[in-house]
Design a protein around this ligand. Structure first.
Ligand SMILES: [Zn+2]
Length: 207
């Protein structure tokens, strides 16, 4: 079973519900791909492939491993957390989710609507005691956190350029030393040449 969850509901809770439902209906856990998205309204809805699906598995299909390119495909559509769905004549979110899941699994098992029981009469005893929680939101960084982060970045950059500067100074010293060596060598060469020329002049004067 592969679950791609695009909602704020906890994926581990969703997986437990889906696995229990698939098991209860005798459907394939291994080959089922379930996409979870939000719905505009306040009741759970769904869609599913009639039997095996070999096309493009909706959004995120390209990210799926090849074995899920041929799978039993279910799309569960859940109301956003906080949407009131526990009205007096409506089942709980979990029960509604479980009933829709069983209906969609029915499609995966190649059942048509005329062959299935109406949604509200579907019994889902396996869903009792299961829960669907909302993911914990990461706490927003405070102003102090952000300032600390910026300061440590600045510190890192100062360290980096200080190291670069020290290295540059070392290299400059080395190359200056080399330059001095070549300058001295050149000077000595010039003096030697000048001395040699001087003695040549002397020879020519004697001849
Ligand atoms: Zn249907």
């Amino acid at each position: 079973m592969k679950v791609r969850n695009l909602t704020d509901y906890r994926t581990d809770d969703l997986r437990k519900i889906f696995a229990a439902g698939l098991k209860a209906e005798g459907a394939s856990l291994r080959d089922t791909f379930i996409l979870v998205v939000y719905i505009q309204g306040s009741s759970v809805s769904g869609r599913a492939s009639l039997g095996r699906w070999t096309g493009n598995v909706n959004r995120g299909a390209r990210k799926l491993s090849p074995e899920y390119r041929s799978c039993y495909w279910i799309r569960m559509e859940l109301p956003r957390p906080g949407k009131k769905i526990n009205l007096f004549d409506r089942p709980s979110m979990i029960k509604e989710l479980a009933q829709v899941l069983v209906h969609e699994i029915g499609h995966n098992l190649e059942l048509q609507h005329r062959e299935m029981a109406p949604l509200v009469s579907i019994e889902v005893p396996w869903a009792e005691g299961l829960q669907l929680r909302v993911k914990d939101k990461k706490p927003k960084p405070t102003l102090a956190d952000r300032a600390n982060k910026r300061e440590s970045h600045v510190r890192k950059m100062v360290d980096k350029y200080e190291r670069q500067l020290a290295r540059t100074e070392r290299l400059l010293k080395k190359w200056r030393k080399k330059l001095k060596h070549y300058e001295a060598k050149h000077r000595r060469e010039k003096m030697r040449l000048a001395a040699a020329k001087g003695s040549d002049d002397g020879d020519s004067a004697n001849s």
